[in-house]
Design a protein around this ligand. Structure first.
Ligand code: SAM
Length: 430
């Protein structure tokens, strides 16, 4: 039976489980790269109210070790039991809840202590920790009591009709073994369970969990950030000022694909809807590359407007165009409506007040091989003038796009009476 043994002075650890079997050295069971830490300590976190805030990221402060109950079963039944007991198994992103244990021993009666076995790390804590709710599906149920946990597992198979069903994907072999596995579970008692220590290193904590520990208890955890290519963009509050470098570092570590973290230092302002930003962490490279609706857009995020949350709206408009539609985009930005539309073969007129937007739009059009390039005509200037000159020159367009939340209705007057004496068709305004 597995027992808790004192921590060794130096063990190899990584993202995963340290399996301590009686008299054996700690064995790394985990995913991802290993690293040396010495010595590993059992960390007793203070309650949220007591812990100090962190202005510099100390990743070792996140080496949390928790003890959970585990069930080692004979390999033959492993697959069937992992289906049946799935909801009792620990679920923490990046941690393997079920693994082969080639070091253990289990006896022929299935008492799970000899030979190769399949170990199911159960989600029930064998020792109490603060903040356990922060991690996956760990639970206090059966805390400290093997018998209670054993009963919980056995109860899974008491109702033969309901919970004992295997998914249709389960193998025939598993289905044949199921009654045997069921008998095993019904006979289970506390002695079948062992205790395993799980090392929840920094790698396993998500951004929210790390930030909750880092910031003072009464501070808001910044949860809403936007990713624009490799750039993570935050809008921090004054209360975050002392912690902004550490917040930046955490997001750099935790947001997949991020290489730069920036903070908005003023509200999105000015007609170009760009904002001042400071780099909190990572490389000071604000040239983003974003893939949207089948096109690649590259731009300097400090000079032009971009909002990844508009992807669906961009797609909705573009997909609503019929092949004969002619699009006039008065506030075109770097081209998220104009370029996919031209790529579909629609004739497009694109305009923006910001010269940098149009520079990027032209580059993006050639990057995305708008063919023929003449499908797209660009201009820099005020949208009012843009629409007026199209109408006055009787240049036909069937769809006008005005994505300027700050004040597009104020531009609608350009259409009033404009078509009275014109033969050109009336456009739809979006
Ligand atoms: C909300 S952004 C939309 C950009 C683009 N359509 C998109 O969806 O990403 C508004 C754009 O309008 C431009 N703009 C602001 N005032 C303008 C004006 N009077 N005439 C034309 N463009 C203007 C800004 O430079 C900015 O690129």
């Amino acid at each position: 039976m597995g027992v808790l043994v004192p921590w060794r002075s130096r063990v190899r650890t990584g993202w995963g489980v340290l399996s301590f079997l009686s008299g054996r050295p700690g064995v790394l069971r985990g995913l991802g790269p290993s690293r040396e830490v010495a010595p590993l300590q059992r960390v007793h976190y203070r309650t949220m109210a007591q812990r100090p805030a962190m202005v510099q990221l100390d990743r070792t402060q996140f080496d949390l070790i928790v003890s959970v109950f585990a069930l080692a079963v004979p390999p033959a039944w492993g697959s069937a039991l992992r289906h049946v007991l799935a909801h009792h198994v620990v679920r923490i992103r990046g941690l393997r809840g079920i693994f082969q244990d080639s070091h253990g021993d289990h006896t022929s009666d299935g008492n799970a202590t000899a030979g190769n076995s399949v170990v199911l790390l159960l989600r029930y804590l064998a020792s109490s920790i603060d903040d356990q709710h922060l991690f996956g599906n760990l639970s206090r149920a059966g805390d400290g009591s093997r018998e209670k946990v054993a009963r919980l597992l056995a109860s899974t198979v008491e109702d033969e009709r309901g919970t004992l069903k295997l998914p249709s994907s389960a193998s025939r072999h598993d289905k044949v073994l199921l009654p045997e596995a069921r008998r095993y579970l019904l006979a289970l008692d506390g002695d079948h369970l062992r205790v395993e220590d799980i090392h929840l290193g920094y790698e396993l904590w998500n951004a929210d969990q790390v930030l909750k520990r880092i910031l003072p208890c009464d501070a808001t955890v910044p949860t809403s950030f936007e990713s624009v290519g490799h750039i993570v963009h935050l809008n921090l509050r004054d209360e975050h000022e002392p912690y902004k470098a550490v917040i930046g570092q955490v997001l750099l570590d935790k947001v997949k694909g991020s290489r730069t973290v920036v903070n908005k230092v003023d509200s999105t302002g000015g007609p170009f809807r760009t904002f001042q930003m400071e780099v909190l962490a990572g490389e000071p490279n604000l040239r983003a590359s974003v893939r949207e609706n089948g096109c690649t857009f590259q731009f300097d995020y400090s000079k032009v407007y971009w909002n990844s949350r508009l992807e669906t709206e961009h797609r909705r408009i573009v997909e609503s165009l019929s092949p004969t539609d002619i699009l006039a985009d008065g506030f075109a930005g770097v081209g998220p409506f104009a370029i996919p539309a031209a790529k579909r073969g629609n004739r497009v007129y694109a305009n923006d007040l910001n010269p940098d937007s149009i520079l990027h739009l032209v580059e993006n059009a050639s990057r995305n091989r708008v063919d023929p390039p003449e499908l797209l005509t660009t201009s820099t200037g005020c949208a009012r003038q843009f629409f007026r000159s199209l109408i006055e020159s009787e240049t036909p367009f069937t769809v006008a796009v005005m994505n300027f939340p700050a004040g597009s209705p104020e531009f609608l007057d350009v259409f009033r009476y404009a078509y009275r004496s014109k033969a050109t068709p009336l456009p739809t305004v979006s």
